[in-house]
Write a protein that binds this ligand. Sequence first.
Ligand SMILES: [Zn+2]
Length: 279
Amino acid sequence: MSNLRPFTHRIYVDFSGDDGDPRTPGASRCLCIAWVASAESELSHNKSVVLQIKKIIGCRKSDNLKYKKLKRHRFKDKALALLTQLRVIVVIVPVLKERITDQELRSPRTKKLVDLIHYFPLSVLIKHVMQTYADIYFQLVFDRVGWRGCEEEIRSAFRQDAELDWKHARPDWLLFTKSGSNLMLQLADIVAGLGHEYIDSLQGMKLPPCTVCAVKGKPERMCQYRRGKRVLPGGGLIGLIYPLLIKNEQGKSWEHGFLVRPPAVCREYMFIDCIFGEV
Ligand SMILES: [Zn+2]
């Protein structure tokens, strides 16, 4: 019977950037993936928010909304302000490609990096939704990717996950579809694009050393970077999606809704909660 059960939630996955070598011209420095989860009952509300964003920037309902179109639009701020109305939960994973030391993972030829980011953040999300909602049954929706073998790689990675019950899963549990006809995948593209733009804007900057705040468990209001209102550039826009990011019991999104990779780099980004966290 379980394979006839309707989905209670859907999780949409899309990424911004490319897996090219960051040292080559034209390749992105960062690859950012976004996981956007919505309850079935909130889908129509969330889709209407996406349609309102399209309306503000003069994008036709049927056109594929991409963050690229929004990035330099004169109504960008007004359009993105609507993100605060969403009823979704989000995990974003910015990957700083130049900081990856594993050559095999780093090489665009292996496609390993793109495969990996398509499934590793899921465990965080699953843990969170299992704790938050009772009796959840979700569908995973991916943007159909261009190269051969990727879908199969992702499927087999999920099949190896012992926490997932494949035997009783609906055949459409993992769905690969075109973003052009899926408003929620377009939303995932926007969230990923926003995360990407934010991380790019921080490169080459001195980041606040908030490891001390985190280690001491200091409340955000005590952080000198917050008290001094020294908010980093690009902060205004990422602040729009910060409330949607998954938080742990202490209300921190670092390493929960905001996972910077490779792991050696993640501690540099602890300031995210100091700067955008509730006071
Ligand atoms: Zn701090």
